[in-house]
Design a protein around this ligand. Structure first.
Ligand code: TA6
Length: 306
């Protein structure tokens, strides 16, 4: 089984503007839509759509549980979130205007998890996860679930012997690297941050790959590097008409894990993940991609071993 863990999920509120957003101006919203938010939940949506069973785990607030569950159901996400009493799952605002250089995301702080809920969640993982499973931990930490809790959680998963993928950033990414998880996806800024001695980028990626089975470094418009078995693959995604880049990275990660779980070769896995992410950006919400498009886009992914 694949489990995704979104500790601080969200309902994405998509705000479509007629023009480019500007300060000191009234920016008129022409349409509003909702989508699932939070990175692990996006992973779950992608993994399910690619035909692989999985369960989305994490926390959700009871005040707007109906609304959150409605979005999960509309996305056909199987889930088992722990309810946090007296709180609401956050909303994240995605502003989609005519700006060609990407959307703007405004994220609420989100849940505060009480101590007893943190402990209950960690205990649940101990009994639920076993060595054949894959677990994706993705997104920011809510208040109350602190760095030592993340450390404890990763150690529980390591003890279970499962595959651990982390789509984290900042201190949480550093923690994942220290604990030698199986998959990470730093972006170019996070990579610079991790590379404290300023090593050559490729040498540094190879050194990360000595302890982390799959390292994917996203380089923005320049594509990405994927390092597996000390081989470095430069990946150039297909050129598509971008409508909304939000969630493209989450979609990549979900598809990558689906590929690994299906036993695809590294190249097939990269091809699938890049094609899914490329399809995602052609959709105006934050999670949708199209399986027919993915088949076409797969042929346009450029992968060069360097
Ligand atoms: O990557 C997109 C997204 O998952 C949005 O759906 C949004 O809810 C946000 O990221 C959450 O990110 P955060 O880092 O705050 O957990």
């Amino acid at each position: 089984m694949i489990y995704t863990i979104t500790l601080n999920p969200a309902i994405d509120r998509l705000l479509y503007l007629e023009e480019v957003m500007e300060s000191r101006k009234t920016n008129r919203i022409i349409d509003v839509a909702y989508d699932i938010g939070g990175k692990g939940t996006h992973g779950s949506y992608t993994i399910s759509k690619l035909g692989v069973d999985n369960v989305a785990l994490g926390f959700m607030g009871d005040l707007n549980a109906d609304k959150f569950q409605q979005v999960l159901t509309s996305k056909k996400i199987t889930h088992d979130f722990c309810l946090v009493k007296g709180q609401a799952t956050r909303e994240c605002y995605i502003v989609i205007d005519r700006n060609t250089s990407g959307t703007t995301m405004l994220t609420e702080k989100g849940l505060t998890i009480p101590r007893h809920s943190v402990e209950r969640f960690l205990d649940m993982l101990k009994t639920r996860v076993n060595s054949n499973d894959m677990v994706l931990i993705a997104g920011s930490l809510p208040t109350g679930f602190e760095l030592p809790d993340l450390e404890k959680m990763i150690k529980i998963l390591k003890e279970a012997g499962c595959f651990i993928a982390c789509d984290l950033s900042g201190e949480t990414l550093k923690m994942a690297v220290e604990l030698n998880v199986d998959f990470i996806k730093p972006n170019e800024f996070e990579l610079t941050d991790l590379n404290e001695d300023g090593k050559d980028q490729i040498d540094f990626l190879r050194s990360l790959n000595n302890k982390i089975k799959y390292v994917v470094a996203s380089l923005g418009e320049d594509g990405s590097y994927c390092i597996y078995n000390q081989e470095v693959y430069k990946v150039i995604p297909p050129k598509v008409k971008e409508l909304n880049d939000t969630g493209a990275g989450d979609c990549f990660v979900g598809a990558f894990l689906a590929g690994v779980s299906k036993g695809y070769s590294i190249k097939e896995t990269i091809r699938l993940a890049s094609a899914c992410a490329a399809s995602k950006v052609t959709h105006s919400d934050s999670s949708t991609f199209d399986l027919e498009d993915v088949e076409k886009l797969k042929t346009q992914v450029e992968i060069n071993r360097i």
